[in-house]
Design a protein around this ligand. Sequence first.
Ligand SMILES: [Fe+2]
Ligand SMILES: [Fe+2]
Length: 335
Amino acid sequence: MTRVRRKKKVEVVEESTDEIGALEKLVSMKEDFASFYWDYLDQALLESEYKENVIRIADTIQAFCAENADLMLAYFQLNREDEYELIHPLYTAVICEILGVKKKIAYEDRNQVICAALTHDIGMHTLIDVLKYQESPLTPDQLADLKLHPIRSVKLLRDAGVTEKVWMMSVQQHHERLDGSGYPYGLLLEDISLGARMIAIADTYIAMTKPHAHRQGSFAKAALSELFANRGDKVDNELTQIFIREMGLFPPGAVVRLMNGDIAMVTHRGKNATTPIVQSIVGPRGAPLPKPIPRNTQHEAFAIRDMEQDEEYRQIAFSSAIDLWTQKKIHFSSS
Ligand SMILES: [Fe+2]
Ligand SMILES: [Fe+2]
């Protein structure tokens, strides 16, 4: 009797195949957004077309977030190669969608909040252009001008044919704070719309973690704890708690040092706030690894010691992440 050789059951987990297509789609969405954003600001685009384009990108962001929110978070957190003015609205939009889904807001309203996130600072473009090259702090005139940008954004949107209430209110109130310390109107509590509260959290977090000309950005962890300290006071209590729970202490795109000395990047959120999924990119002696190594942060040796802020590590992390997302990596797990 010939013995039938039982074939070992091999389970093929095409873990990152989805991410290959997802990165391509994400980059083309970003380029799509960039081209009409600049065209609009250069007045090379019809205002009505601007509105249609924003809605199209909002739909795309909602679809992508449903498929692969971690990739979007990591990509926008790590990317400092594209202009901040471009990454900022997209990253804000992604965070708003994550918050909106958890808050069980209807699709249509989330779509309007995303449109608001994508357009909230358009009234600040001229000032951003000046500040890019300005070494000194804002002059009193510039500060006064800055505080008018939500109103200016709303006016531009109205000219572009936007009438949607949630969208407009979210833009107009995105710098209002619960205790009345915000601008332009110093509104209080319930007078601030839900969409504006969502953008306020995303906007503050992204601005805090961004390195500035004269200082490094804070660590994601520090930004999260500052938001937590301000919850209920300046920013919405429940939304802040959802935000921190959803991001984890080490959100995708964070660069961290592990207990064994490795430098690693967070690619996905984990089961709990302190144990995200990471890939080591630099060894304990400071040498970049030939290719990223997945590490289990639940394991004592690979637990996260702290965050790392070095720009050089950020660059290694971003290019390693791009490599990971573009390579077809098939994992075999036999059983
Ligand atoms: Fe703003
Ligand atoms: Fe902003």
